[in-house]
Design a binder for this molecule. Sequence first.
Ligand SMILES: Cc1cc2nc3c(=O)[nH]c(=O)nc-3n(C[C@H](O)[C@H](O)[C@H](O)COP(=O)(O)O)c2cc1C
Length: 323
Amino acid sequence: MITTRFTKEFGIEHPVVMGGMMGVGCAPLVAAVANAGALGFLTALTQPTPEALVEEIRRTRELTDKPFGVNVTILPTLRPVSYEAYAQAIIESGVKIVETAGRNPEPFLPAFKQAGIKVIHKCTSVRHSVKAEKIGCDAVSIDGFECAGHPGEDDVPGLVLIPCTADQVRVPLIASGGFGDARGLVAALSLGADAINMGTRFLATKEAGVHENVKRKLVEATERDTVLIFRKFRNTARVFKNSVADEVVKIESKPDSQFEDIAPLVAGERGRKAYEAGDLDAGIWSAGMVTGLIHDIPSCAELVRRVVSEATEIIHGRLARCS
Ligand SMILES: Cc1cc2nc3c(=O)[nH]c(=O)nc-3n(C[C@H](O)[C@H](O)[C@H](O)COP(=O)(O)O)c2cc1C
């Protein structure tokens, strides 16, 4: 057992989180993470409507009686989204932990706070972490440059970003981006964090609802197999390096290229084909540099047990022997 401010304040057995994953954060995976004693997040926008999210929350509760949360990612989308309606669905469903990301969550905080919901804001810079604490978030999740999804535009890796953030925020800190094993957990705790957040590592688990080809590819891949897209549009995303991602980068590098030139390549339904049909070159799909540390496809219970028990061995074994 590793007890931290995060485990105590959030009532979670282990200092391990699975952040929101668009298209992936659904009931079976989130319940498996919860049953493993970690904190998993359903991804609100994976559900087409707030009503569907209510149903997904209900489905998750059928599979676990442990705490879990809902991720609300506020990013530019092609279809208009009523974030207020999703927030209301979360409140009315009685979920008690929310992970926000993408934009300042301030407009949603009064309603969440009134409903007794703890808010973890995930961001990619010290200044946004400080702001999140100031506006009343209960924890900060800090995503380093290594992460899958949106690493921001500052390109500061976790080894610097995590302690810089720990120096400036008082609320529990979750270290995110590049974590996949016990060594990462111990390193995060040493750097001043109270828990780790893993995305890509949970994608390669038995319960993740993605095609086996995706999971096997993550096992085969190395730390060099991701690439940054959307740089030019200041909405940088780290995705798996496949032929579509390479094409996007090529088009973006042309001085007069516009988002419209790449829009058909990055359409959500193409990415979904990769996850659902296992056609790995159908579109773009998120993955982080931690692919270099993924060597198997365990169950969530095996993964969390391994990370925590090996971390304990490192702390009481290898580190204790350093003199
Ligand atoms: C497939 C996938 C989809 C993701 N979708 C989202 C999302 O919708 N919202 C969000 O806040 N983060 C999203 N993320 C980021 C994760 O929540 C997490 O912050 C990130 O994966 C941590 O980096 P790691 O992959 O190195 O562990 C996604 C990550 C992956 C791998």
